[in-house]
Design a protein around this ligand. Structure first.
Ligand code: IPD
Ligand code: CA
Ligand code: CA
Length: 270
């Protein structure tokens, strides 16, 4: 039984599970996928779109007054004014999905005045469901989760994402990478930011950083981490990560050391 009975969470879980069944069906017939490049290295498939429309239909029916910010369909001007906005990535890790690399997820968050209040991330491959509501803790398949107890960057396993679309930040990223490969226990680039953040929340990773994410990549995962006792910030150490797209997260102690490295490389960039 899920501990969190908030209607927003229940509807979001229903939407995420429906989207996941669209994704799972398609995963059995990857050769039939129709793939389009939105921009260099930025792919969208008919599955991203079908999963998104399933989610949006369910949320709109339940919450007709709420705005929607979804990766594949954007949002209308009117919705920019809404107090509550659903922030949706119907398939985070599309490149992995296209290749049958089993690391992708559905990510749904409800924000109020730009701050995440509820979060759902569902991994259709492992059936792991991550949920959180502000002030009420974070859960994986109904079990309370906490960030790891790691205290030192030197012992930390870190997740990251490469800046494979915004090459203007390549040098700053390489400086971070150089330093953090030496100062941490290891780096992983698994290819789905929402899951990377969920993995920090449940202690599989001790920290994470990435440059240039979109709100739908992290609106749910960052709330999971905060509710699991971790810290999240932008590269100035502030809370504007959904706006800047740059994010650092981790257990309280690892976060502090990680932010120091990321911040100094970012400030010294050309
Ligand atoms: C991408 C993944 C990837 C991250 C990219 C995202 P998408 O999302 O989360 O890990 O590095 O920045 O755009 O395009 O697969 O939904
Ligand atoms: Ca994404
Ligand atoms: Ca996506």
């Amino acid at each position: 039984m899920r501990i969190n009975f908030d209607p927003a969470i229940n509807i979001a879980v229903k939407a995420a599970r429906r989207a996941a069944s669209v994704i799972n069906q398609a995963a059995n017939q990857l050769e039939l996928l129709s793939i389009e490049a939105k921009a260099p290295n930025d792919f969208v498939t008919d599955v991203d779109r079908a999963a998104e429309s399933v989610i949006v239909d369910i949320l709109r029916e339940a919450f007709p007054d709420h705005g929607i910010l979804a990766e594949e369909s954007g949002r209308s001007e009117a919705e920019n004014q809404a107090e509550y906005v659903w922030v949706i990535d119907p398939l985070d890790g599309t490149t992995n999905f296209i290749h049958g690399f089993p690391q992708y997820a559905v990510s749904i968050a409800l924000t109020r005045k730009g701050v995440s209040e509820h979060a759902v991330i569902f991994n259709p491959v492992s059936n792991e469901l991550f949920t959180a509501s502000r002030g009420r803790g974070a859960f994986m398949n109904d079990r309370r989760i906490r960030v790891s107890r790691r205290l030192r960057l030197a012992d930390a396993l870190l997740g990251t994402g490469f800046p494979f679309r915004q090459f203007s930040h390549a040098e700053a990223y390489i400086a971070m990478f150089r330093e953090l490969t030496q100062k941490s226990a290891g780096l992983r680039r698994a290819g789905a930011a929402a899951l990377d953040l969920a993995f920090v929340a449940c202690g599989r990773l001790d920290g994470f950083w990435e440059i240039g994410l979109s709100p739908w990549d992290m609106a749910a995962g960052t709330l999971l981490i905060q509710e699991a006792g971790g810290f999240v910030a932008d590269f100035d150490g502030e809370g504007e990560f959904l706006k800047t797209g740059n994010v650092v997260a981790g257990t309280p102690k690892v976060f502090t050391e990680l932010l120091n490295v990321v911040q100094s490389c970012w400030r010294n960039r050309a």
